[in-house]
Write a protein that binds this ligand. Sequence first.
Ligand SMILES: C[S@@+](CC[C@H](N)C(=O)[O-])C[C@H]1O[C@@H](n2cnc3c(N)ncnc32)[C@H](O)[C@@H]1O
Length: 156
Amino acid sequence: MRVQLIAVGSKMPDWVEQGFNEYLRRFPPDMPVQLTEITAGKRGKNADIGRILKKEGESMLAAIPKGNRIVTLEVTGRPWTTPQLAGQMQRWQMDGRDVSLLVGGPEGLAPDCISAAEQRWSLSALTLPHPLVRILLAESLYRAWSLNNNHPYHRE
Ligand SMILES: C[S@@+](CC[C@H](N)C(=O)[O-])C[C@H]1O[C@@H](n2cnc3c(N)ncnc32)[C@H](O)[C@@H]1O
C-alpha cells in the first residue's frame, strides 16, 4: 500500500523538512509515504478566500490517483488512538487500495475535498498549524506501522 500525503503549502522551514523526512525515511519499501505539495493561493488584502479554497481543493483532488481511499485530516474528525490507527492501517492494507491523506491550508479544506473523503481523522482537539500536522501525521503513521510489525519503536 502506498500512502500519499497531499498538503497545501510549500517551501517549509528547514525544521519542518527535517522533522517530516526523519519519519518518512523510516517507512519500508512496501509502504512508502510520498508528499504532494499544493501551492497555496495568494492571500492578499482583498483576496476571495472562497475562490482560493475551491482552487486549492480542485488541485488536491486532481493530484489523487483514481481509486485511492481519501482520508481528510480535520480537527473534527475521528480521534484514533495508536492501536486504533494501527487497526485502520491493517484494514487499509487488506482493502488493496492506496491511501491519500489530505491536509488543508490556513482556512482548512475545500468542501469538495471533505465530501470526497471516506474517513475523517483528527490528530487532536486543538487546531494545529499545517506544517506541524505533516510531522505529527508522519510520526503517527510510523508508530502505527511499528505496532503492526512488532518493531520496538512503539512500547505499550
Ligand atoms: C491551520 S489548519 C486550518 C484551520 C481551519 N480554520 C480549519 O478549521 O480547518 C490547516 C490544516 O491542518 C489540518 N489540521 C489542523 N489541526 C488538525 C487536527 N487537530 N487534526 C487533524 N488535522 C488538523 C487540517 O487538514 C487543516 O485543514
